[in-house]
Design a protein around this ligand. Sequence first.
Ligand code: F6R
Length: 240
Amino acid sequence: MKVIVSDSYEEMSKKAADLFKSLLVEKPQSKLGLATGSTPVGLYENLVKAQKDGEISFHWAKSVNLDEYVGIDPKNEQSYQYFMDENLFNKVNIKKENTHLPKADTNDEKYAKEYDKVLDEMGPRDIQILGLGNNGHIAFNEPADKLNKRTSIVKLTDETIKANSRFFKSEEDVPKYAISMGMADAFNAKTIIVLASGKNKFDAVKKIIEDDKIDTNFPASLLHLHPNCYLFVDKEAYEG
Ligand code: F6R
């Protein structure tokens, strides 16, 4: 794993965007794995600007997203579909039909199987963006003795519900379930770009760097198994 430390969130976002841009220029038909959450917002801003400036184009790119809340309307401002539309898809020249997010109206695992089909048709990603949960979750693969290989309906932990409540009116409004790509698919990419920013990510970043064990109860530790993984952190996440 390569660890790139930046002084600020802005610098971290720019450095991660520079790597993303160089990969997309090298392969315009890249298959992209995308994440939501507050951390990649700056990265997406840089990519939007780069496309406006003619540095990159998403014309031939295809994308899949990691996860979505169960039972949420895509037009709901808290849905990950809305987030992606607002932060990237509506602002760049990616073809909407080439973008995919998992969707589940209920907890029925049939929705997970449907998304696995989308992932199988697309094949391995060229670039995968990942955020880092405070508890080390990857996508919504929460710490557990066994982790899902493929897409599943997952119950969010109290910790994640609490962390995500900042986007909702109250903790009660946070959906309790999500549909999430499994670990095998989240890591099925030539290059993984992980982003972590701010003091509240320090414990997780410290654990990734310091701990020499691979532990399913800290899913981010599995990143060490990937041959081409970049961890972009700002100073607050790196030093605490
Ligand atoms: C989002 C996702 C989550 C987030 C993680 C960090 O698609 O899969 O794993 O990456 O919860 O979220 P932020 O960036 O909001 O701290």
